[in-house]
Write a protein that binds this ligand. Structure first.
Ligand SMILES: *Cc1c(COP(=O)(O)O)cnc(C)c1O
Length: 497
């Protein structure tokens, strides 16, 4: 049976998976959600234990992407996860430590968890375009504050039928992040620095998307605009896989019995990663609690505790920049599944847009709290956890992972729940080397990232990820800088190329 997708706001056409992936956002402003949740059996879980990551992904994604043939899916998956693209053949290995387990999602080409989805989305999109007979080039526009831009470029590089253009704030990303982007290969990629901050870059991209006349102009060049941000179903679905994969690995290692419930603690920003865990639970994966970990931008902690979502609050820049977010877009999907009431979801989102806040009713809150537990920690707590993890487990987590780890410990203390815990690890510690080294007491830090990588290597014994090690000698391939007002012109010039 074909699985269909509808908008969380109830006023868009029902689509197949491929169509939903091409559209990204629904026409009524909502997000696409599946009309039914596929269910798995205990035998299904057992069958995963002997499979590779790619094979696990093929079985799980086939349940959601029902209009892709098995051959199409396999091709997409091999291009995304095969060919040595990941620096660990298991792609998303679980490290079993004494007190906890770490699901490492950062073995992809850019050393951040965004690779898990952004390696596959371009393949799913490219395949969808061919299936639908789309002849125009799809131009992906991205505004990035760091990680997403590089991961998107790496995923879309040389994917037929697509071009990708990334804007980032000039002087507003870390030197490593900038170098990662400026060394990206691929005939269809462009990266441009914008004079201004991240909001300038982001608003510039939004204006381009909303400019109908500009879209017309692009269509005359046979170019169609699209986005790769985390509201696309093609980015969410791949993330469901690694929760199953982690469970299968724990089964295989004899850490749990079939059917035993486990907990996941997830460092959360846009609510995509943890929402994928929620889908896994709905499908029948034995998860007890989904633990939502935040930094000082703790809008989700407050929401999950009180039912009031209030984005009107101070914004903090933290040492976990990928979680510095005040609007968690994917929460809308959770609200839809919990209430099954699109009109209600639409009203809350409208309230959020107009007033910066909304309050869900008590029934909805109770249902959410039965599944989720939430807490947060500040930069000091994060660094303290890095130090403790190294002292106790001889393991060096990145800052984002440390937030989830700290919150997992708080959860255990407060609830006494001793079910097996999996801390979701979203970045290599090398990606945030200065903060990680500082937490470990290395304070006289050199400027040069190569020296820092060596220091961290000496301390942690972890191999320096291939992609980051290669930065040392990689040639800079891009050198574009523009004013905020020039962004549209730059897009047009690249579209015509
Ligand atoms: C994107 C990101 C997150 C947050 O994930 P969401 O899906 O947005 O909740 C956490 N950690 C790192 C390192 C990230 O890049």
């Amino acid at each position: 049976m074909e699985l269909r997708y509808i908008s969380t706001r109830g006023n868009a056409e029902e689509l197949t998976a491929a169509e939903a992936i091409i559209n990204g956002l629904a026409a009524d402003g909502g997000l696409y959600v599946p009309t039914a949740i596929p269910q798995v059996t205990p035998e299904f879980l057992t069958s995963l234990t002997t499979l590779s990551y790619e094979e696990r992904a093929a079985k799980i994604l086939a349940l959601f992407l029902t209009d892709y043939t098995a051959g199409e899916l396999r091709n997409c998956l091999t291009r995304a996860y095969g060919d040595d693209k990941f620096d660990d053949p298991r792609c998303a290995p679980v490290e079993c430590l004494t007190d906890t387990n770490i699901l490492e999602l950062w073995h992809g080409p850019t050393s951040a968890f965004k690779d898990m989805a952004l390696q596959l989305l371009p393949q799913l999109l490219g395949t969808a375009l061919r299936k639908k007979g789309e002849e125009r080039t799809v131009l992906i526009l991205v505004a990035t504050s760091g990680d997403t831009g590089k991961a998107a470029m790496a995923g879309f590089a040389d994917v037929p039928g697509t071009k990708i253009m990334v804007f980032y704030p000039h002087g507003g990303v870390s030197p490593v992040q900038e170098k990662q982007m400026l060394t990206q290969k691929g005939a269809n990629v462009n990266v441009t620095a914008v004079r201004g901050n991240f909001d300038d870059a982001q608003n510039g991209v939004k204006e381009i998307f909303n400019d109908a006349a500009f879209s017309e102009e692009l269509l005359r060049q046979d170019v169609k605009l699209s986005s790769a941000n985390s509201i696309n179903w093609g980015r969410l679905a791949p993330q469901i896989v690694y929760y199953f994969s982690a469970y299968a690995d724990l089964l295989k290692a004899g850490k749990i019995q079939l059917g035993a419930e486990i907990n996941f603690s997830v460092p959360t920003g846009n609510f995509g990663d943890i929402l994928a865990a929620y889908y896994a639970k709905l499908m029948g994966l034995p998860i007890h609690k989904l633990i939502c970990a935040s930094n000082a931008n703790n809008v989700l902690t407050d929401f999950l505790r009180t039912g009031l979502y209030d984005r009107k609050r101070p914004f903090f820049k933290t040492i976990t920049p990928s979680m510095d977010i005040l609007i968690s877009s994917n929460l809308e999907r959770l609200l839809y599944h919990i209430t099954e009431n699109a009109a209600q979801v639409k009203a809350w989102m409208e309230e959020l847009r107009q007033t910066g806040r909304y309050q869900v009713d008590e029934g909805t809150l109770a249902k959410i709290q039965a599944l989720f537990w939430a807490d947060w920690t500040d930069d000091e707590g994060t660094k303290d956890m890095i130090r403790l993890a190294f002292a106790r487990e001889n393991y060096v987590p990145d800052t984002h992972t440390a937030v989830a780890w700290r919150v997992a410990e708080n959860y255990r203390k407060e609830t006494g729940d001793s079910r097996p815990m999996v801390v979701v690890s979203t970045a290599s510690p090398y990606k945030f080397a200065p903060h990680v080294l500082a937490a470990l007491g290395e304070n006289d830090l050199p400027e040069d990232e190569a020296v820092m990588f060596d220091r961290l290597h000496k301390k942690s014994k972890l191999t320096i990820p291939r992609g980051l090690a290669a930065l040392r000698n990689a040639p800079l391939l891009h050198n574009n800088l523009c004013q905020r007002e020039e962004m549209a012109a730059r897009v047009l010039a690249f579209a015509k190329k």
